[in-house]
Design a protein around this ligand. Structure first.
Ligand SMILES: Nc1ncnc2c1ncn2[C@@H]1O[C@H](COP(=O)(O)OP(=O)(O)OP(=O)(O)O)[C@@H](O)[C@H]1O
Ligand SMILES: [Mg+2]
Length: 469
């Protein structure tokens, strides 16, 4: 090939390249370059022709010029540059030597990295977002922290921790609101399935006619009203994770058979489907019913009962673990005060009543009560008078020496007027409990009956006085 043709080939390679290729002589004058790519430097092709890279450097077009660097260093160089147009460019340049070892040419390649940089930035931001979400999920997990001090609950927590490392079927027993659902979730979170789904199903809330399709899902067009493409059932959703069947005593008998089958075979079929699907989940159940009695009455299958009752965990009601009441009250005061940006405290007498309360709704009742008290009380101290009426009438209160009730807490941090009002409110509450009418109250307090009525009006939102007249 003639020199002319070689030059043509070279020019063709350079001009069709995706990179900005530039060849300079030993003095830095541009000999060839592909004109398509100088726009990233913000100049027209005729601007650089015949110019040296030193001149372009002085004009601020190349800052710095990589070819100038190679001419000086006589070795290959690679740098990142930002051009006048804001583009990020990766430049690489190589020296070319003749037979005598003299540098005769420099060839440089510049590649626009702006898009890649943008993608990298976006990727970094996405990664940061994912990390934020991950820590949020972890925080949420920690938020379902269980609060207890009693030995019974410590033992239960230990049992849950131990069995969480296995796939054993756990049955949580206990009254409503004792924390069965929270323990079920903790069991899942502590298990090796924690990154997989936790599916909670309350068997009492699914209508009997829908049970099968809800649990097992259905194939497309299997019944009227079914979704066009079929639907995953709850069992399928729990695959690899934990299925928590709450109120298992409400499971209809025909479903009991089907559930037993799934547990034995580790497979299931969607409604209207023929294919057996493999399934792997950890089962946790909960009930407040006496399943043994239900078995005797024929309302619950014995074989399923045995399968479910592998590890029964009985959670005692709150009234049987009084140490937990105080700590739960404090915990809830703290989080609910934080939620509403308040700083309300319970009067010691209010505490005393709450500790002795029966708590038939257990922790749920306690949580709701504290929230209600914080929201409805106007004072920073919550007096027993704010408690709903069913908390009153407990002999504990009446037996107390009245003087003890007017303690420091009632008057501290208050001016004289407010402190006197607190005492007045307390006296009104006490009178309202001991007397059957406003006349009796007047006699008890040593004031007139109209004054009693007036004061009751004044404190009506804060006193739960149930007087006829
Ligand atoms: N030890 C505890 N520490 C903190 N919160 C608790 C504790 N026990 C229960 N709770 C809270 O009390 C409420 C009721 O708990 P949970 O729903 O687990 O009760 P449950 O036994 O499942 O009741 P149900 O039988 O009605 O389903 C929830 O808000 C839960 O967070
Ligand atoms: Mg529950």
């Amino acid at each position: 090939m003639s020199d002319k043709n070689v030059k043509r080939v070279l020019e063709c390679i350079i001009s069709t390249s995706n990179n900005n290729i530039t060849v300079t002589d030993e003095k830095g004058f541009i000999l060839f370059t592909n004109p398509n790519h100088w726009w990233i430097y913000g100049i027209e092709p005729d601007h650089y022709l015949g110019k040296s890279v030193y001149q372009l450097e002085t004009e601020g077009i190349l800052s710095p010029s990589i070819s100038a660097m190679v001419l000086k260093e006589k070795t290959p160089v690679q740098i990142m540059q930002q051009t006048k147009t804001g583009k990020i460019v990766m430049s690489t340049a190589f020296p070319i030597f003749d037979d005598d070892g003299d540098l005769v040419r420099v060839v440089s390649y510049a590649q626009d990295q702006t898009e890649i940089r943008n993608l990298q930035d976006q990727y970094g931001q996405l990664e940061k977002k994912i990390q934020e979400y991950q820590s949020e999920v972890e925080e949420l997990r920690e938020q379902e922290e269980l609060i207890y001090r009693s030995k019974e609950m410590q033992q239960i927590a230990n049992t849950i921790l131990r069995v969480s490392k296995t796939d054993a079927t756990v049955m949580l027993l206990g009254e409503s609101g004792v924390g069965k659902s929270v323990f079920a979730r903790r069991l899942h979170n502590q298990s090796y399935r924690s990154k997989e789904p936790f599916i909670e199903v309350n068997c009492s809330t699914i209508p009997e006619s829908l049970f099968e399709s809800e649990m097992f899902g259905y194939e497309a067009g299997s019944f009227t009203g079914a979704q066009k493409h079929g639907k995953q059932g709850l069992i399928e959703q729990a695959d690899n994770g934990t299925l928590f069947l709450d109120e298992i005593g409400e499971l209809p008998l025909d479903m009991q058979v089907k559930l037993l089958n799934v547990l034995q075979e580790k497979t299931f079929k969607r409604v209207g489907g023929k294919k057996e699907h493999k399934i792997d989940f950890r089962l946790v159940t909960a009930t407040n019913q006496n399943l043994e009695e239900m078995v005797e009455k024929g309302a619950f299958r014995l074989d399923l009962y045995y399968r479910l009752n592998v590890i029964p965990v009985q959670i005692p009601p709150l009234r049987e673990r009084k140490e937990d009441i105080a700590i739960l009250i404090n915990h809830n005061l703290e989080i609910i005060n934080k939620k509403y940006k308040t700083d309300k405290k319970l009067h010691p007498s209010t505490y005393e009543i709450l500790i002795k309360h029966k708590w038939s709704g257990n922790v749920r009742e306690l949580e709701n009560l504290i929230e209600r008290l914080i929201l409805t009380s106007e004072d920073s101290i919550i007096f027993p008078g704010f408690l709903p009426s069913h908390f009153h009438g407990q002999e504990s209160l009446e037996k107390k020496d009245d003087i003890l009730m007017i303690d420091q807490m009632m008057v501290e941090d208050h001016d004289l007027k407010t402190a006197l009002e607190q005492v007045e409110k307390w006296m009104m509450l006490k009178a309202s409990k001991q007397c059957k009418s406003t006349y009796e109250m007047a006699e008890f307090l040593g004031i007139s009956q109209p004054s009693v009525v007036r004061k009751m009006k004044k404190y009506k939102d804060q006193l739960t006085i149930q007087q006829g007249n």
